[in-house]
Write a protein of this length. Structure first.
Length: 483
């Protein structure tokens, strides 16, 4: 496999592979830092990589004299492939993520923090060299680049590894400075090693098929250690609640189960009331395995907001995860709602904006989150939830009280929103234009075909096709009322 000659005409394949390899770590960085800071950090590290590589090609410092073939894509100024921007960065971030988790920044003495910072920089550089012991021999074997005079380690000179130690230390300083300025609220996610795991695995296979036993052995050890690190330090981004101040500004994070105790800190959340076309409210019974309020009936959906996520995005994410439902429009009706409640020694303490939405599809409950669901008449629910003896969740009771007291959610308001939902839907827009009195058949057909380009479900597409029949006789009908 490794002895196959790659023609220059397939250089674009290498570019695509570099992008695909880099994607998992970039995605993890996005959730760690947010979109803006993720792009900023990747941009800084990518430019640093290009500068160092170009310096080595021109001057020999720090890796020794070498040159790239045309197999890694277009070379900037005829020297360094653009792919270096994305190839080096995920390796650096993986090394730093490991170093940061092993030497966590803690609110201790300044002297300790300084020592920990130095240790993180050193370990980042050393780990980069270890990664390169696997990938550089394979890259030379395939012909991605060549060193002048070759080298003692499968064509790679010692100067290259010394250079990686140097560039890794520079990257470590950049990352330490960046994180000191930005103060990320999440621990460095283990997901940032994902790209490196795939990269090292790829080059380990190359070493195996090429008979390069030292890179093969090192690669196997690195893969095992990366897997062990991931297993120990991995956390799900949606398992981290976001602590906040009185105004809702994030101040810290913690794992969901560890955060909920007898003195739970204020954190970000949301709540949803979901209605069907009959004006009935969807209720859910919380799973019996929940730490907070297990088995309690509550409003349609509630949950926590991830860091670097909007409240509405969090609401849509949890609707899909808990109930298997998508909603076209969510109306924010209680943006400043907050509450504190206690049950069985566990406290909820949330800033919890309240949304209202409408759904035509049936819920598909996730048994890990929801024990049961039911649709109820809104006015009946208003009466029942007001009595604590009926056992509804305290946040649902407080939310309904505010909604009723402020007139935010009475039957007429629900119906007006339902009309808005109808008028905003692709089918109703189609009805408003295609079924005008006297509209020519070819216009109706054109609009019907155009409607198919909208993101419609199979059922909605069937209704659009059905509408063609009515369009030919110019009979107005609102298909939304069929749901």
């Amino acid at each position: 496999m490794a002895n196959v000659v790659i023609p220059p005409s397939l250089a674009w394949v290498s570019g695509i592979n570099v992008i695909l390899f880099a994607a998992p770590t970039f995605w993890a960085t996005r959730w760690w830092l947010g979109w803006r800071d993720a792009f900023l950090l990747w941009g800084a590290l990518g430019v640093l990589a290009l500068v160092i590589e170009t310096s080595a090609i021109i001057t020999g410092f720090p890796y020794g004299h070498f040159g790239y073939s045309g197999l890694l894509g277009f070379r900037l100024f005829g020297l360094t492939p653009w792919t270096v921007f994305l190839a080096w960065t995920p390796l650096v971030l993986a090394a730093y993520a490991i170093a940061r988790r092993l030497f966590e920044a803690k609110p201790l003495a300044v002297s300790y923090q300084l020592v920990a910072s130095i240790l993180r920089i050193v370990l980042t550089a050393v780990l980069l060299v270890v990664f390169d012991l696997v990938l550089d021999p394979g890259a030379v074997k395939i012909g991605f680049w060549r060193y002048e005079g070759g080298g003692v380690f499968y064509g790679v000179p010692v100067s290259n590894f010394v250079g990686w130690l140097f560039s890794g230390a520079i990257a470590g300083v950049v990352l330490e400075t960046f994180t000191w300025i930005k103060r990320p609220l999440l621990p460095a996610p283990a997901q940032m090693i994902s790209s490196t795991f795939f990269i090292v695995s790829f080059w380990t296979f190359i070493a195996f098929f090429s008979g390069m036993y030292w890179p093969l052995a090192i690669g196997i050890v690195v893969i095992a250690l990366l897997a062990a690190f991931y297993s120990k330090y991995h956390y799900a981004f949606d398992d981290m609640i976001v602590y906040c101040d009185e105004s809702g500004v994030p101040t810290g994070t913690s794992r969901k189960l560890a955060a909920h105790d007898g003195d739970t800190k204020r954190h970000l959340a949301f709540s949803i009331f979901l209605f069907n076309d009959k004006g009935e409210l969807l209720l859910q019974q919380r799973a019996l395995t929940k730490k907070t309020w297990p088995g309690v009936w509550s409003n349609s959906c509630c949950g926590h907001v991830m860091l670097h996520e909007s409240t509405e995005s969090a609401a849509r994410r949890r609707l899909k995860y808990e109930l298997g439902m998508r909603v076209d429009k969510l109306h924010l009706i209680l943006p400043d709602f907050r509450y504190r409640a206690e049950k069985d020694g566990v406290v909820e303490n949330e800033i919890c904006p309240v949304f209202v939405g409408f759904a035509s599809a049936l819920p598909r409950p996730n048994p890990a989150e929801v024990n049961d669901v039911k649709w109820v008449d809104w006015e009946q629910f208003v009466v029942e939830v007001a009595d604590p003896a009926n056992g509804y969740s305290p946040w649902a009771r407080e939310e309904v009280e505010l909604l009723v007291k402020g007139g935010s959610l009475d039957r007429s308001r629900i119906r007006s929103w339902d009309r808005y939902r109808c008028e905003a839907s692709p089918l109703c827009r189609f009805h408003q234009t295609a079924f005008l009195e006297g509209a020519p058949d070819d216009l109706a057909v054109f609009l019907a075909v155009r409607a198919l380009a909208v993101d419609l479900s199979i059922e909605e597409i069937a209704f659009v096709l059905f509408a063609l029949y009515w369009a030919r006789s110019h009979k107005p009908v609102c298909l939304c009322q069929s749901f």
